[in-house]
Design a protein around this ligand. Structure first.
Ligand SMILES: [Cu+2]
Length: 145
């Protein structure tokens, strides 16, 4: 009995860290407006150098600076950032209330890919939807004016 309690403690701590680290502050310092955006994907965050764009073509040049593969989705939604309901370990595509505009499919660590999308005004999330990655904090809010 004593042994099983001790084994449970590290698991509980790990879950707490993951929950607290859910990317709430990952857009610090990125309030600029741009239609030519550079960003990174890491475990477990999406970061961009501008979080607002003007309506029209927006190019995202994303580098996977993590240690595993990641993908990059541009999602139009009014759902709060990080709160898209999951179907198991990721959100289903489609899910009510979200529109996946386009995506860069999973790409390897250390590589850079770009994606140009035509965006109308609204609120968006830039996310990775690989299993458990969104839940772990791979999302950031994005706005088009
Ligand atoms: Cu990912």
């Amino acid at each position: 009995m004593r042994g099983s309690v001790l084994k449970a403690v590290p698991v509980a701590l790990f879950l707490t860290v993951v929950t607290v680290g859910c990317g709430a502050d990952s857009n610090d310092g990125a309030n600029a407006t741009s239609n030519d955006i550079t960003g990174t994907l890491t475990e477990w965050a999406v970061a961009v150098d501008a979080t607002t764009a003007a309506a029209g073509d927006v190019t995202f040049t994303m580098t996977n600076e993590g240690t595993i593969g990641h993908e990059f989705l541009v999602v139009k939604t009014d759902i709060a950032v990080g709160e898209i309901p999951l179907d198991g370990d990721h959100f289903a595509e489609p899910t009510d209330g979200i529109e996946v505009i386009n995506e860069i499919g999973e790409f390897a660590k250390g590589t850079t890919e770009s994606l140009t999308v035509n965006l109308v005004p609204g609120t968006y999330q830039l996310v990775c939807n690989l299993p458990d990655h969104y839940d772990a904090g791979m999302f950031i809010s994005f706005k088009v004016e």
